[in-house]
Design a protein around this ligand. Structure first.
Ligand SMILES: N[C@@H](CCC(=O)N[C@@H](CS)C(=O)NCC(=O)O)C(=O)O
Length: 164
């Protein structure tokens, strides 16, 4: 095994029946993240080789390496799952399944109340929100609803005049 040949996809060092690697595979598939599996055979102790220990110092699976990265790899399955959640937020994927006119079907729900302020912050911090077309469409829809217009920061009495 050649350690770290770069890949255009994230790499998961994995053994097919390792429960720790399995949970990371689940996270990757649930988030629809394309990845390459590099099998590490625990039965032949491939994980104990000096080569593999350059990837995972304790010689265990899983290890996760970002696309086009030379390392270091991330280790510890729960930490990898947390990292995936922080770097690949899932809301747009969820909306694919739940959205109608609004976030959950055709009635305004609490999900919409949470969405709009976060969308506004995304714009404020110059996140490219066009990467989230469903969220953008719903946000545009909600901007036409009087309650959302009245609650908007620019309509608040303490909003500085230059921001109104
Ligand atoms: N706490 C680690 C545990 C990793 C671990 O123990 N993996 C097992 C497979 S489930 C392994 O690689 N065992 C091989 C060995 O320790 O020799 C994690 O969650 O990633």
């Amino acid at each position: 095994m050649t350690p770290h040949p770069p890949s255009s996809q994230p790499i998961l060092y994995s053994f097919y029946r390792s429960s720790c690697a399995w949970r990371v595979r689940l996270g990757l598939h649930l988030k629809n993240i394309p990845f390459e599996t590099r099998p590490i055979n625990l039965l032949t102790e491939e994980n104990k080789t000096a080569e593999y220990k350059t990837i995972h110092p304790f010689g265990a699976v899983p290890a996760f390496l970002e696309a086009n990265s030379q390392g270091p790899a991330l280790v510890e399955s729960v930490a990898i799952l947390e990292y995936l959640d922080e770097t690949r937020p899932a809301l747009e994927k969820l909306l694919e399944r739940t959205a109608g006119k609004y976030s959950y079907g055709d009635s305004i729900t609490m999900a919409d109340l949470l969405l709009v302020p976060q969308f506004y912050n995304g714009v404020r911090f110059e996140v490219d929100m066009s990467a989230y077309p469903i969220m953008s469409r719903i946000n545009n829809e909600l901007e036409t609803v009087p309650a959302f217009q009245a609650a908007h920061p620019t309509k608040q009495p303490d909003c500085p005049p230059e921001l109104r």
